[in-house]
Design a protein around this ligand. Structure first.
Ligand code: FE2
Length: 280
């Protein structure tokens, strides 16, 4: 499935870019369904705002419960000083998470496409397990920053196995807050682990290697493109101050051969834990 060049890029730089993985029909289905989920969402939570600024996920049952359901989260800048939406409610949603891949038929079907299983295999995932899904809106004007981080922080296994599947649902550009990565950064250490003990989460430092400042590169990609990257690859995205959203969908996939840490915040307890569909 993947070309030698793509495989080499993944190994050498920690990521690879694969164009035209999702069809225009897939993209339309996902956009429509994501909008439908937002419309159907009955807001009854105490704190459904998502931020990576201070790892403010501790003691947040809404966040913790989202491990195995479909929850919407607001952008940090969704509300003005009076508590009113700064723009239309549907344009204030940061993301939907974290079990779309099992609980919503549209996302379930696309998340398990056999083609993705082929790609996963090429990248070395022999027993892929889909741990998490997110639909990210990166809304016009208020789309929040996602600070530099490594996804193995959240999906630790021994040895580290998580690979992120990042799908551009819309064109991602410098203007609307595309993904940035640090090529070869996956060869460095894992800096942090996000651990959970009952309902308390902590971000525990492992290594004080600084986050990239000059060495990041932007990945401007067309809708339908898949970016796959290694669990230790530092990545980031800037705030979106443009008039266009930058919608994306992500899957985090670990390898069943590796021990998945019990202290990871997301544990699959009630839903199936499975890989991609296989065509016989
Ligand atoms: Fe990430």
């Amino acid at each position: 499935m993947l070309s030698p060049k793509q495989l080499d890029q993944f190994k050498t730089d920690g990521y690879t870019v694969i164009e035209n993985v999702l069809s225009p029909e897939h993209l339309a289905q996902m956009k429509t369904r994501a909008a439908g989920i937002v419309n159907e969402w009955k807001e009854d939570a105490d704190n459904p705002i998502f931020t990576t600024k201070d790892n403010n996920r501790s003691n947040n049952n809404y966040f913790l419960n989202s491990a195995e359901n479909i929850s919407c989260f607001y952008e940090e800048e969704a509300f003005d000083a009076n508590g009113e939406f700064v723009q239309k409610r549907e344009d204030c949603i940061n993301k939907i998470g974290h079990a779309l891949h099992e609980l919503d038929l549209t996302f379930q079907t696309i998340s398990h496409l056999p083609l993705l299983g082929e790609i996963a295999k090429d990248l070395g995932l022999e027993q892929p397990e889909l741990r998490q899904s997110m639909y990210i809106f990166k809304q016009p004007r208020i789309g929040g920053v996602v600070n530099w981080h490594q996804d193995a922080t959240f999906f630790y296994s021994d040895p580290i196995s998580v690979i992120t599947f990042w799908f551009a649902i819309e064109d991602a550009t410098l203007e609307n807050g595309c993904l940035w990565v640090e090529p070869k950064g996956h060869l460095g250490p894992l800096r942090e682990r996000f651990n959970r003990d009952d309902n308390i989460t902590t971000m525990d430092a492992l290594d004080d290697t600084p986050w990239p400042t000059e060495s990041g590169v932007p990945l401007e990609v067309k809708a339908g493109t898949l970016v796959c990257f290694h669990g230790k690859l530092p990545h980031y995205s800037a705030p979106n101050r443009s008039e266009k959203s930058r919608q994306a969908y992500t899957l985090h996939v670990t390898d069943g051969r590796c021990h998945y840490a019990e202290s990871n915040w997301l544990q699959t307890k009630t839903l199936p834990l499975r890989g991609f569909d296989i065509i016989d």
